[in-house]
Ligand binder design. Sequence first.
Ligand SMILES: Cc1ncc(COP(=O)(O)O)c(C=O)c1O
Length: 380
Amino acid sequence: MNFDTNAVRGKSKPDPTTGAIIPPIYQTATYVLEEVGKDKGFDYTRSSNPTRQDLEEHLAAIEGGKYAIAFSSGMASADSCMKLLSKGDHVVCCDDVYGGTARLFNKLMTNYGVEFTYVDSQDADNVEGAIRPNTKMLWIETPTNPLLKVTDLEAVGNIAKSHELLYVVDTTFATPVFLRPLEYGADIVLHSLTKYLSGHNQLIGGALITNRRDLFEELKYIQKSVGAVPSPFDCWLTIIGLKTLHLRMSRHWENAEKIAEYLEGHPKVSRVIYPGLESHPMHEVAKSQMSGFSGMISFELNGGLEAGKKLMNSVELCMLAESLGAVETMITHPATMTHAEVPREERLARGFEDGLVRLSVGIEDVGDLISDLDAAFEKV
Ligand SMILES: Cc1ncc(COP(=O)(O)O)c(C=O)c1O
């Protein structure tokens, strides 16, 4: 099936007992066995649940993967990947990774003896140069949060292959509508389902997708052992969200492109970062591996932090909030919100300034969004 059909239909069939067109919410903790040793494929919801299974099959179908495993958050998905590692293992990670991922790696995983090296993966040679004898995993986010850095997934995929490393790619910002890393050699794709995939600011969730049976079995075992599973209701809400993913993403992209151009032409804006702009240093790579540029934009104002704060405090339609990827437009100050725990010197060293503003462009009328930004810029 083509992508749009998979997005709408997933793998679900009408409910066999009632014909319900939408899969039921199997809100149950356990299942009655037919007799000792004989269940109907489900024994306890931490291990498996029909609504969750429906979501997992749907996610695998849209990502073009064989297996998906759903978790209670994007971070629970990342944590499960970490559990594939052992004490003494080393990970090469892109430097501009989501603040929560950096916190998990630097503040928690280092306590378990896992080591991390951060590199600017926009140059694939930096990734290869950081590989050590104990390196086990490459961790790439593309586009990154919040600097929208873009990694050449095929180039890094070749490095992962030649060094026999696990290759994990977080494409929460791109979604499988625009980028499918399994096609470029990724072993595991990570999504925060909280964002575009569920799409309506209604839940927290995460998922891992893989083509490898061995990894699927290991991750399924971790899921069952740790129990960071999404509720059946959240799975159901995500399924409903997925059905319009392709439509929402084209509008996010269309709106974002217009706003990025508007910002680039604004006299009070000093820098706009959007992979769809020719001024983005990795625009050509983005263009070749993505079929669209999604809805995230970061920018800085001439007056730095103070001007940025004034703008964020003055918008009315755009909402000052800590998330992204929903139908509502959200504006975020990464330095004090999503990436508050990243040390300032580290941020500045990679060009992540105090005044950076991140915009998650929603699917409202773009003229209304630009009028809102215009009115806010007047107050800066
Ligand atoms: C790129 C990226 N990956 C992972 C996560 C974590 O997802 P969650 O908030 O669902 O745990 C986020 C959250 O913002 C993110 O931006």
